[in-house]
Design a protein around this ligand. Sequence first.
Ligand SMILES: [Zn+2]
Ligand SMILES: [Zn+2]
Length: 167
Amino acid sequence: MSKTGSFAHGATKELLLSEVRVTETGCWLRERSISTKGYSRWEKKVSPWPYKWPAHRVYHEFFKGPIPEGFEPDHLCRVRHCVNPDHLELVTKKENILRGIGPAAENARKTHCPQGHAYAPANTYRSSRGERVCRTCKRARDRARELVRPKRNRKTKGLRVAQALVS
Ligand SMILES: [Zn+2]
Ligand SMILES: [Zn+2]
């Protein structure tokens, strides 16, 4: 690695990690060079990233690879200056705009599910419709379904046996 310019050939893992504060929820807070919108900016003249680029993009590219054309990183944790690549989800620009205005966006800004569980990354996933789903509630729903399932299963099984006898 060349020594021209302190980090001319890209930052190191050690450097990137030395600039974040890890919280209990796993957020990597990069508290320097925060923009008016609340994002941390890449204020170093370090290739290959442009000066003042959103820092979460830098961390994503460094740890997880490039962001494909047409996609934008969206914070699952809703903490804008968090740069933990695991807290970012790549969404299309259109999805991101949808999340910015209207009821969908309002919902996306909520930090807790209707039952009061935190939308922490480990407790959150996206439904096929792109909505955030609380895993704790999902587990509770699954358990509730589990309780009624045996009855239903017996019925359909009986039905299948009957059909098999007829055909
Ligand atoms: Zn985070
Ligand atoms: Zn919940």
